[in-house]
Design a protein around this ligand. Structure first.
Ligand code: UDP
Ligand code: MG
Length: 317
């Protein structure tokens, strides 16, 4: 299998048939083996029935039906698990992304990139509620993660099989996929893609998404930087706090024992005790984090590294 398209669907009944026809128009001339995986994320309209009839007509169409609405990230994750293609392309079901861009994504992948990200340069969405927050979010995510992209939010992206299979997705993490993938040492490219206004159905998100995205950004940053060595962030602060606390404590002890001053009423005493307790807590948290990291990696047979290849080729790589 060459190409898998993964498309999350939530209440998109009017969009599905035109989307399928467009995909077919674009994919058939490529003469590659492809599959279209629709993930029905608990739709309450006619989408499930329409998808099932598409799957009956065309064996290249596969449909996953969720029991309820689990969200776009979960839908993409389910599609990734099923995908067999060497290249996995994600896109929205609402006709805002244009299947006509797929050949250009594929051409870029052929140049040796592991991730090719769509950039909706001329985005057709409301400015205040969507484009403005999204511009700020893209800037913030780029600065914080160090993976500079203009458009994290664009679903139209291509990934190599290795990237997709090596990632676990939770929460709203799908919009950080390129940043998460950067941990594996991937080559990322960006190309401008078409964008159309939504004609049928409603957008599923509003402004509240911004806050969830910020929380996820903190998490992603933590995963990327410290997930294999939590003792370094907690431990550093812990040592510093413990050190300061001990110095203050020693000073107060000297004052009490040799100069016979009263120290019971001094704010410094409270600070010293606070710093010592905080230091011990942070150190313990770091050590606990280390244990959790070990359970995480060993329990899932994950490795703290990713191999490109070995020479001569070894079993299982
Ligand atoms: N979607 C989904 N589950 C959800 C919300 C959205 O599968 O809980 C799908 C939706 O059907 C669409 C894509 O995710 O194919 C993007 O959603 P939408 O167009 O509402 O987002 P926007 O383009 O406005 O950011
Ligand atoms: Mg949309």
């Amino acid at each position: 299998m060459d190409i898998s398209l993964v498309i999350p669907v939530y209440n998109e009944e009017e969009n599905l048939e035109p989307l399928y026809r467009k995909i077919k128009e674009v994919m058939e001339p490529l003469e590659k083996e492809y599959e279209v995986i629709f993930v029905d994320d608990g739709s309450q309209d006619q989408s499930p029935q329409i998808l099932d009839s598409l799957a009956r007509e065309d064996p290249r169409v596969k449909v996953i039906h969720f029991r309820r609405n689990f969200g776009q990230t979960a839908a993409l994750a389910a599609g990734f698990d099923l995908a067999q293609g060497e290249v996995v392309i994600t896109m929205d079901a609402d006709l805002q992304n244009d299947p006509a861009d797929i050949p250009r994504l594929l051409a870029k992948m052929d140049e040796g990139y592991d991730v090719v990200s769509g950039w909706r340069r001329d985005r057709k969405d409301p400015y205040v509620s969507r484009i403005l927050p999204s511009t700020m979010a893209n800037w913030l995510i780029s600065k914080v993660t160090g993976v500079e992209l203009h458009d994290y939010g664009c679903t139209l992206k291509a990934y190599s099989r290795e990237v997709v299979k090596g990632l676990n997705l939770y929460g709203e993490l799908h919009r950080f996929l390129p940043a998460l993938a950067s941990w594996m040492g991937v080559k990322i490219a960006e190309i401008p893609v078409n964008h159309h206004p939504r004609r049928f159905g409603k957008s599923k998100y509003g402004l509240t998404r911004t806050f969830r995205v910020i929380l996820d950004l903190i998490l992603v940053q933590f995963l990327l930087r410290y997930s294999t060595r939590p003792i370094r962030i907690f431990g550093g602060g812990g040592l510093l706090s413990l050190f300061l606390g001990l110095i203050l404590g020693s000073y107060l002890t000297v004052v009490k024992l040799f100069f016979h001053h009263r120290i019971g009423n001094r704010p410094l005493l409270i600070l010293a005790v606070l710093l010592i307790i905080l230091g011990i807590q942070l150190l313990s948290l770091g050590i606990l984090g280390e244990f959790l990291t070990r359970i995480y990696y060993e329990g899932q047979n994950k490795k703290p590294y990713v191999i490109k290849y070995t020479a001569p080729p070894q079993e299982g790589s």
